[in-house]
Write a protein that binds this ligand. Structure first.
Ligand code: NDP
Length: 327
């Protein structure tokens, strides 16, 4: 067991990015059923900002970060299937903004040798999300027309590539010209600058009245209503995030008057319901990465000590692709 000091982030009170305090943390405890991991990289995700700010309540104090990748340094006596030196990644094990952390084996996947650990850290949360959205929430195939908001974001770039692999026609929205270039490079067929034009008008102009089979909306408050207005009858609104704020309540009658549409508000944690499902989805992702079918963009890497800057960048729309923290 590594007994060097363990530095990382603590949140003692909820609030803005400034509540992310860098300092020495307690050593992770090696319980008999757990492993301890030297963290190579932790992923920064919007959910970390919801934990930090109190939208999703957490017991205080806590070390944020559900996602990361690293190397196992110690193994509890009851653990099977993992050894010291194994390269692993995770998507739902809190405390990743640290040099070392303990984790339950069921939360881990082995990372293939061909996949760098920073790449693995970059796809465990946003990549698995893109995977379940495209394969299970609304299983995509050729002939489908989809609208993906924030197309140059972490989920957006990965979901666009997976939707194209499945044969769908892809509309995306983005907030700047630079982001438009990235979204196009990821394969989007039609990229709309939704700060400059009404995206529903733009979709209609390109593809006619209500052409969209499924809207994947991680932006939330500012895009939800117009997204519904471009859905075909019996299409599906998948509202999966709150980047611009939570969506206002919806009446079931609105679903009828908008064409018997379906509405779902999924979360990754119900789509990785156990280690088998987690590892099966991760295996697909790693295979796509190894074959070159999916390219993982790491848009920015910060030292863990600069987590405040990383959160600020994410929340002020300055990031593209994945943001990582390295200890
Ligand atoms: P992104 O990298 O996509 O960053 C969010 C993007 O949203 C911004 O870059 C920006 O892109 C756009 N945006 C539009 N309005 C705002 C606003 N007011 N404030 C901030 N951003 C805004 O983040 P992620 O890929 O990590 O996550 C995307 C969404 O998916 C989040 O809402 C997140 O909570 C959700 N999510 C949900 C999961 C689930 O299972 N339900 C799992 C993972 C993520 P632009 O400038 O182009 O508009």
């Amino acid at each position: 067991m590594n007994n060097e000091p363990n530095h990382g982030i603590s949140v003692r009170a909820t609030g803005g990015p400034e509540v992310l305090e860098y300092g020495e943390l307690a050593q992770p405890e090696l319980a008999p059923s757990k492993v301890v991991i030297d963290v190579t990289a932790a992923g920064v995700n919007f959910i970390d900002t919801y934990h930090r700010g109190g939208l999703y309540p957490m017991e205080l104090p806590f070390t944020p970060g559900l996602e990361g990748a690293g190397t196992i340094s110690s193994v509890g006596v009851e653990v099977e299937g993992f050894s010291v030196g194994d390269r692993v990644a995770w998507t739902s094990s809190i405390g990743s903004y640290a040099q070392r952390k303990a984790a339950a084996p069921d939360s881990l996947v082995h990372v293939p040798e061909a996949v760098p650990l920073d790449t693995a850290a970059a796809v465990m949360l946003q990549g698995l999300t893109a995977h379940y959205l495209a394969t299970d929430t609304f299983p995509l195939h050729g002939g489908h027309t989809v609208l993906i908001h924030a197309g140059a974001g972490g989920v957006g770039l990965l979901l666009t590539q997976i939707a194209k692999l499945k044969g769908a026609e892809v509309f995306t929205t983005v907030g700047s010209d630079d982001k438009a270039e990235l979204s196009e490079a990821a394969g989007a067929d039609h990229v709309i600058l939704y700060e400059d034009v009404d995206f529903a008008d733009a979709v209609t102009e390109i593809a006619g009245h209500r052409p969209i089979d499924v809207v994947y909306d991680g932006v939330g408050k500012t895009t939800f209503d117009q997204g519904i207005s471009v859905l075909r009858p019996r299409g599906m609104m998948v509202t999966f995030g709150n980047a611009s704020g939570p969506v206002d309540p919806v009446s079931p009658l609105d679903l009828m008057t908008n064409g018997s549409i379906y509405l779902t508000r999924p979360t990754l944690f119900d789509y990785v319901s156990g280690p088998e499902e987690l590892r099966s989805r991760a295996a697909d992702l790693f295979a796509w990465i190894e074959s070159g079918d999916v390219d993982v963009r790491i848009g920015a890497t910060y030292p863990v000590s600069e987590a405040t800057a990383a959160h600020t960048a994410l929340e002020t729309r300055q990031t593209t692709g994945k943001v990582l923290l390295v200890p």
